[in-house]
Design a protein around this ligand. Structure first.
Ligand SMILES: [Zn+2]
Length: 231
């Protein structure tokens, strides 16, 4: 399936079970694959693989809806491991080199990545046919833009310390998070995202003052975004 994703080869999607047999339902393309933390039947955290598939009318690329093609263009057919920050596994690396480019390049690149993320977000909201699928799609451009914006440092104004030590994959130990959750209508855009060290990320999700912190982070993400695009 990973090969099909890389080569944008559509797959046949069958529905059914062993007793009643299987029925061909639709052609589909693989838009993204990720690994994320979820909760298992035993209520324990577990790693889950997420394959984001979009239905297409036929194997013919020309017949694919433009939101699907846009989503494919925004993704790089990589494997995004959202659990790796916690374990430092080297699965998909942004590459430290990309964070060490000059300021001018960073702002240019940030603007470019932001516009790609904005296009993906526009598509996400406009399309009703792919809405369900797009809800699970995370723009790699948006994440990359935020990582560049952070310069490898925690973006929380309250951060009391962020280790200089890099993860084994050479990336800063940061988690890119949405300040307004997607489920609550937040956008998958750099202006709504922030790079946090594991400490600040934990405070944002389960700290006593998480509501206040969230408000501050909403402002901070907005401010940082404005600074980047006003160059
Ligand atoms: Zn921090």
């Amino acid at each position: 399936m990973a090969e099909c994703q890389e080569q944008r080869t559509p797959v046949r999607f069958w529905r059914g079970d062993q007793n009643r047999g299987y029925r061909f339902e639709t052609w589909a393309v693989i838009v993204q694959r990720r690994r994320q933390w979820g909760i298992g039947d035993d209520d324990k955290p577990r790693k889950e693989y997420v394959w984001v598939l979009a239905p297409v009318p036929s194997p013919d690329v020309e017949s694919w809806p433009s939101p699907v093609r846009d989503a494919l263009d925004d993704d790089l057919a990589k494997f995004y491991d959202e659990t790796r920050e916690l374990e430092g596994e080297d699965v998909e690396s942004l590459g430290q080199g990309e964070l060490e480019v000059g300021l001018e390049e960073v702002t240019k690149s940030y603007a470019f990545l932001s516009s790609r993320a904005a296009e993906a977000e526009r598509v996400r909201r406009a399309s009703s046919t792919t809405r369900k699928i797009q809800d699970y799609f995370r723009s790699p451009s948006a994440r990359k833009a935020v990582m560049q914006r952070s310069g490898g440092r925690c973006e929380s104004p309250n951060c009391i310390g962020h280790s200089d030590e890099l993860a084994v994959n050479g990336e800063p130990v940061l988690e890119v998070d949405h300040v307004r959750e997607l489920a609550q209508g937040g956008k998958d855009l750099p202006v709504n995202m922030i790079a946090l060290c594991p400490n600040c990320h934990a405070l944002k999700t389960r700290g006593e003052n998480r509501d206040d912190l969230r408000q501050e982070l909403i402002c901070e993400a907005w401010k940082k975004h404005q600074e980047m695009i006003s160059w």
